[in-house]
Design a protein around this ligand. Structure first.
Ligand code: MD3
Ligand code: FE
Length: 217
């Protein structure tokens, strides 16, 4: 019988790819951690539920968000900023689950940032149709620290632009378990997510979840 060489195709690939100077993709790096990460997401969202924040211009953001760790990123009519407490209940954001800390330490070490200790983790939830328009991440104090992102669930097309909004964007597929370390000259590049396509993921169902770990303070 012919062996089915492609039966594992939908599991995605492994290995590392440098997208651009400072932007390193660790394909599938989080896959062995996925169940523990999903349990951690459930613990966080039981205490700090997903919500749609408002942009300073008053628009409801397409992705639902929450946070864990010492600082959380929020947006409202007053602007974008990091806050130690959840504005929904005034309590500190939940601590980062051990599964998150373990993964980010392993990923940062693999990418050559062994001492990286993030103080903020933003959790974004995308249901089919959800997008994130082109933006820069520049609300953090130390823009030399890299951001570590973890993609879980449904796949998405990531837009990776340049240092000006009008620069051309490359399109990169981000799959369940992919981890990307965004540092150096890539740290301030414009980026976004195209509307997530309809689908059902075996572990997460009809959603994509992205974790971004940052040094905000
Ligand atoms: C490239 N999130 O939360 S993660 C965000 O998939 C955000 O939820 C997207 O952009 C998501 O701000 C993309 C990948 C990412 C995160 C931060 C970056 C890429 C980045 C910062 C600089 C350059
Ligand atoms: Fe971003």
């Amino acid at each position: 019988m012919t062996p089915d060489l492609f039966e594992h195709c939908d599991e995605g690939s492994t290995g590392r790819e440098e997208l651009a100077p400072g932007a390193l993709v660790l394909r599938g790096f989080a896959r062995p951690h996925a169940e523990r990460l999903v349990a951690g997401i459930a613990d966080v969202t039981a205490r700090a539920p997903f919500r749609h924040m408002l942009t300073p211009g008053g628009q409801r953001m397409s992705a639902a968000m929450t946070n864990c760790g010492p600082l959380g990123w929020i947006s409202d009519r007053r602007g974008y900023r990091y806050e130690p407490c959840d504005p929904l209940d005034g309590k500190p954001w939940p601590p980062m689950p051990a599964s998150f800390l373990d993964l980010v330490a392993a990923a940062a070490a693999a990418a050559g940032f062994p001492g990286l200790v993030p103080d903020a983790c933003l959790i974004n939830r995308y249901e089919p149709g959800t997008r994130m328009s082109l933006h820069q991440d520049r609300d953090e104090r130390d823009l030399t620290a890299p951001i570590v992102s973890v993609s879980l669930g449904l796949p998405a097309i990531f837009l990776f632009g340049g240092l000006s909004r009008s620069d051309h964007s490359d399109r990169i597929a981000l799959m369940h378990g992919d981890v990307v370390v965004w540092g150096g000259p890539s740290r301030l590049r414009f980026h976004g997510i195209l509307p997530v396509k309809e689908g059902t993921h075996p572990l997460l169902g009809r959603q994509r979840i992205n974790l971004t770990f940052r040094k905000a303070a």
